[in-house]
Design a binder for this molecule. Structure first.
Ligand code: NAP
Length: 259
């Protein structure tokens, strides 16, 4: 399917690896020119070069922490007038509800709620002015069904979801859509880190931890960054202009709910 976005420009945050990279690759495959960001310059440069080679689009790299105001300002300056924004950042660490301090909460809110909000505040006005825009926020399945040990994530991402629910309705009339993608478990470094914690706690191998988790998913496996990216590219496409303020769960059926 032609997604109708060839020649559009996108800022994809936290995109040297994992789900962000999956989104960047899928947008590039649709002919979108990219600014991509991550903290580590080396992996970012390798990803940018791989995307240029594979898809022939322009890729600008900004090595910066997207949760830091200066880093964010550099990413926004390099991206310029973009039509598509994909927000993403690393997820908060696991832990127990009684151990988290105010500082832990502020860090999680900064990374997973206030950063995407700041990026939207910076870029929505231009999109509205030009009469076309797409925003996709990478959040988490924890918004629909809490993951108890990821309470910092549950808290911050639910706040972002509330912001999007209202704001999406305020900008839709100007040709701009905002939607959230909610990953369940996907085969990325983040999944390895979560499975690594199980390995440590239970004295099993990484393969055993993965197999155990995969067995809890009706699809029987982890998702892939490519599948995730394809869903993102569709939400950013010309065809998705009537999809407003939605939360699309990509979890292989893991959350057992009718709606
Ligand atoms: P990942 O494989 O660890 O990749 C994270 C990417 O983000 C890397 O490119 C990393 O590069 C970059 N990054 C991290 N923090 C950043 C920051 N502050 N500023 C700029 N770039 C940053 O993670 P993932 O699995 O793709 O996860 C992406 C998001 O989805 C996370 O918030 C995660 O919690 C959430 N999620 C993932 C899953 C899953 O199963 N994978 C499930 C639910 C939710 P640098 O380290 O070089 O910056």
């Amino acid at each position: 399917m032609d997604l109708g976005i060839r020649g559009r420009r996108a800022l994809v945050c936290a995109a040297s690896k994992g789900l962000g990279r999956g989104c960047a690759e899928a947008l590039a495959a649709a002919g979108v020119d990219l600014t991509i960001n991550a903290r580590g310059a080396e992996a970012l440069a390798a990803t940018a070069q791989a995307i240029r080679t594979a898809h022939g689009v322009s890729v600008t790299e900004v090595a910066a922490d997207i949760t830091d105001p200066d880093g964010r300002a550099r990413a926004l300056a390099a991206a310029g007038e973009v039509d598509i924004l994909v927000t993403n950042a690393g997820g908060p660490p696991p832990g127990m509800w009684h151990d988290w301090s105010r500082d832990d909460f502020i860090a999680a809110l900064d990374a997973n709620m206030l950063t995407p909000i700041a990026l939207m505040q910076a870029l929505l006005p231009g999109m509205m002015e030009r009469g076309w825009g797409r925003v996709v926020n990478i959040t988490s399945g924890s918004v629909k069904a809490p993951i108890p040990q990821l309470g910092l994530s549950n808290t911050a991402r639910t706040g972002l979801t509330g912001f999007v629910a209202g704001t999406a309705r305020q900008v839709a009339g100007r040709g701009v859509t905002i939607n959230n993608l909610l990953p369940g478990i996907h085969a990325t470094d983040r999944a390895d880190a979560l499975d690594g914690a199980v390995v440590k706690a239970e004295g099993i191998t990484l393969d055993e931890a993965r197999a155990r988790r995969a067995a809890t998913i009706p699809a029987g496996r982890y998702g892939t960054p490519a599948e995730f990216g394809a869903a993102c590219a569709f939400l950013c496409s010309q065809h998705a202009g009537f999809v407003v303020g939605q939360n699309l769960l990509l979890d292989g059926g893991a959350i057992n709910a009718t709606l």
